[in-house]
Design a protein around this ligand. Structure first.
Ligand SMILES: CC(=O)N[C@H]1[C@@H](OP(=O)(O)OP(=O)(O)OC[C@H]2O[C@@H](n3ccc(=O)[nH]c3=O)[C@H](O)[C@@H]2O)O[C@H](CO)[C@@H](O)[C@@H]1O[C@H](C)C(=O)N[C@@H](C)C(=O)N[C@H](CCC(=O)O)C(=O)O
Ligand SMILES: Nc1ncnc2c1ncn2[C@@H]1O[C@H](COP(=O)(O)OP(=O)(O)OP(=O)(O)O)[C@@H](O)[C@H]1O
Length: 480
């Protein structure tokens, strides 16, 4: 696309020198020949400092809010660099969101889970759907990919590129987890949202947003931009969002989509639902009652895009979980869960959530990372695991250049100093998983903690591909 056309999209006059533009980026390291570089003045860096470097790399123009220096390529001055970045990215990609049904999910907690549930329900309703979330992104084929920089919602060029990939792969819909940072920093500006899902708002990220009111206003942008809102009626902030056409959902407050009679069962949750589509009994293979809210929000969003009551009910019962997050790999006779809890508080939360629905014993497999990654947590992890599980197996978890035995001994020390001996050390993670599953009897729960959906395991001299859920399934198969 010609630079002059992009300038027009920013309401700027044509630059002196026109050229063909191939891409746009805010990151100097990512500039390729033919790209426009948008120089952002951020909290840590001034993108203008990288102008000589990006020209060397082949940038054909620079966009920014004003600069005194001399450049050998056109400099386009704009009132707001981040807005320009988003507008250029959308223009270059041909505004893919306009051709997709887009569901945005925001809120302090539950965004990732609600996004994955919505993805699954839309697919269950036959819509070819893609996803962009903290856990990674998917085109409609369902393969999980990761961005080079770890974000819930990446910067606008990656958002637009992902939406464009989803569309080109035959996608009809996309679910976009939209963090408050993304909304505040224009990463999702220009996305044509059809539905905004609001999960909840509790104090978080106030270092960035300042006050709860400003945090609320950042997230509210999603609702303002969307055509229709799906709002948690049990959230006081959500109840303020009454200007948009919307459906509400909830458990404690009257709502369009409401759940009653919630029961924990070994395979997950069961509850009754009343909704604008009718009433039905729902089964959700997930642990944690807060997931009822996530399921209601996801069902309402999918229904808004055309899913029927039968598709919602049947889809919900077949949800495979969010990869690596309290993911139920097997429900019976032994329940096996994969979760990414790798700190003492998150391990405590995961084990405490599993205890009430564990009929027999709770067995946990856990390690602790090497290198500089918080060595102080090793002994507390050992203590927590042996306090809340009946049996703990300490194993490797990316020990890198730290001797594995040192880590395992430290975890064991934490347990011993608390007067416990209900643990064993199995250095090889595959063997540890096998040992846990072999020990388990019907009614027991095995929690494989720490790795979640990570796809590599780092040892001292090698990095091996890793798939914790596949390892669990392998260990569950009877020996040939
Ligand atoms: C608060 C926040 O989100 N800040 C993000 C923002 O930083 P910033 O505007 O201050 O920019 P900066 O780091 O000063 O850099 C200025 C410019 O120089 C460029 N630069 C900088 C250095 C360099 O070597 N080369 C280079 O080109 C940068 O790409 C940028 O364009 O833009 C940067 C460039 O994309 C981000 O790296 C940075 O994310 C920081 C590291 C971050 O930690 N963000 C987290 C909090 C975040 O966004 N989290 C949410 C999820 C939150 C949740 O709900 O849990 C998310 O969506 O992931
Ligand atoms: N609806 C909810 N209400 C309250 N807590 C929740 C809710 N959903 C999930 N949680 C809690 O928050 C944790 C993270 O859930 P999830 O990943 O879905 O949220 P998130 O908002 O996407 O956070 P992140 O961006 O860090 O992934 C869960 O393990 C659970 O403890």
């Amino acid at each position: 696309m010609l630079l002059s056309r992009l300038a027009a999209a920013l309401s700027l006059p044509a630059p002196d020198r026109d050229s063909d533009v191939l891409g746009v980026t805010h990151n100097a390291d990512w500039v390729k020949p033919g790209d426009v570089f948008v120089a952002i003045r951020g909290a840590k860096f001034d993108g203008h400092a990288f102008i000589p470097e990006v020209i060397e790399r082949g940038a054909v123009a620079v966009v920014g809010q004003g600069w005194e220096g001399e450049a050998s390529v056109p400099y386009l001055k704009v009132p707001h660099a981040r807005e320009a970045l988003a507008d250029l990215a959308a223009e270059l990609r041909g505004h893919p969101s306009r051709a997709l049904k887009v569901v945005g999910v925001t809120g302090t907690d539950g965004k990732t889970t609600t996004s994955w549930l919505t993805l699954h329900l839309l697919r269950s309703a036959g819509l070819k759907t893609g996803l962009l979330s903290t856990v990674g992104y998917q085109r409609p084929d369902g393969e999980l990919h990761h961005f080079p920089a770890h974000f819930t919602t990446p910067e606008a060029p990656q958002v637009q590129a992902t939406l464009s990939e989803i569309l080109e792969a035959g996608g009809e819909a996309a679910v976009l987890e939209s963090s408050s940072h993304a909304l505040q920093l224009d990463r999702v500006r220009g996305v044509a949202y059809d539905v905004a899902v609001w999960t909840n708002l509790t104090p978080e990220h106030l270092d960035f947003h300042g006050t709860m009111e400003d945090y609320f206003l950042a997230k509210k942008r999603l609702v303002d931009w969307a055509e229709f809102a799906v709002v948690n009626a049990d959230d006081a902030w959500g109840r303020r969002l009454d200007e948009k056409p919307r459906w509400t959902y909830g458990v404690d407050h009257d709502a369009d989509w409401r759940a009653f009679d919630i029961r924990d069962v070994p395979g997950g949750l069961e509850f009754a639902v009343t909704s604008p589509l009718g009433s039905f009994d729902a089964r959700l293979p997930m642990i944690g009652r807060f997931n009822v809210h996530n399921a209601l929000g996801a069902m309402a969003a999918a229904a808004r895009l055309g899913a029927t009551l039968d598709e919602l009910r049947d889809g919900l019962a077949r949800f495979a979980g969010v990869p690596g997050r309290m993911q139920i790999v097997a429900a019976e006779p032994v329940r096996v869960i994969v979760d990414f809890a790798h700190t003492p508080p998150s391990l405590e939360k995961a084990l405490s959530a599993l205890r009430p629905t564990t009929l027999g014993r709770l067995i946990v497999v856990i390690g602790s990372a090497g290198g500089l990654r918080d060595p102080g947590k090793r002994a507390p992890l050992g203590e927590t695991a042996t306090r809340l599980a009946d049996v703990a197996i300490f194993t490797e978890e990316d020990h890198r250049d730290t001797p594995l035995d040192d880590i395992l001994n430290e975890m064991a020390r934490g347990a011993r100093e608390a007067g416990r001996s209900n643990f064993l050390l199995v250095g090889d993670r595959r063997e540890a998983i096998r040992a846990a599953i072999e020990r388990a009897e019907p009614g027991d729960t095995v929690l494989l903690a720490g790795k979640g959906a990570e796809d590599i395991l780092e040892r001292t001299h090698e990095t091996v591909p890793w798939d914790e859920a596949a390892e669990a399934r392998r260990a569950l198969r009877p020996a040939p």
